[in-house]
Design a protein around this ligand. Structure first.
Ligand code: HEC
Length: 158
């Protein structure tokens, strides 16, 4: 299932990459995920940040349990969610392509605050998210070790 979704997203990504003239990276998206700001709000393993211990970032829901399909996830990342802390990451959102059925126009103000990402990075991040986290159950020590490359940071997982 995960793989099917991933393939669908890659197909979509190839179209998008073609359209934008950007080459799709073939390397795994691990670095892209770890460098992207998503984890500040959604957690390193996309398992959601609960009642944070004083973080300056708003709490984001678990993306492991999202019911969105890969295309909807991609559009959520590109367009953000007006009226919520979920930022918009595509610099052309609202101004160059329509989001949430709104006519083209200025981007809703709540969506600023995070640096935009280029198409390739957005695709890498979303592809990694879909392939590794969406639909997965609890975080395991194995998964943690693979992602962080260090077992000693993963003691809280089993
Ligand atoms: C500043 C905090 C913040 C950052 C940074 C952030 N998000 Fe979010 N995100 C949220 C919040 C809060 C929601 C819930 C919005 C709502 O109430 O509908 C959300 C919702 C989402 C959803 C929809 C989930 C669903 O099931 O409806 C997806 C997908 C998502 N974020 C992906 C990402 C990705 C990928 C990144 C990084 C590129 C990211 N987010 C960065 C706060 C954030």
């Amino acid at each position: 299932m995960g793989r099917t979704r991933n393939v669908a997203l890659m197909a979509f990504g190839v179209c998008l990459g073609f359209w934008s003239g950007a080459a799709l990276a073939q390397d795994d998206g691990r670095d892209a995920w770890l460098l992207a700001p998503c984890s500040s709000c959604h957690g390193t393993f996309a398992d959601g940040v609960k009642e944070d211990g004083g973080s300056e970032f708003p709490d984001g829901p678990s993306l492991r349990r999202t019911r969105l399909d890969p295309e909807e996830i991609l559009m959520t990342v590109r367009c953000g969610r007006p009226g919520t802390p979920m930022p918009s990451f595509d610099p052309g959102a609202y101004t160059e392509f329509a989001c949430h059925d709104l006519p083209l126009g200025p981007r809703p103000e709540t969506l600023f605050g995070f640096p935009p990402m280029d198409d390739r990075t957005i695709l890498e991040v979303v592809d990694f998210l879909v392939a590794n986290f969406v639909g997965k159950g609890r975080v395991t020590r194995d998964e943690c070790t693979r992602l962080l490359g260090r077992a000693d940071l993963c003691g809280e997982y089993r």
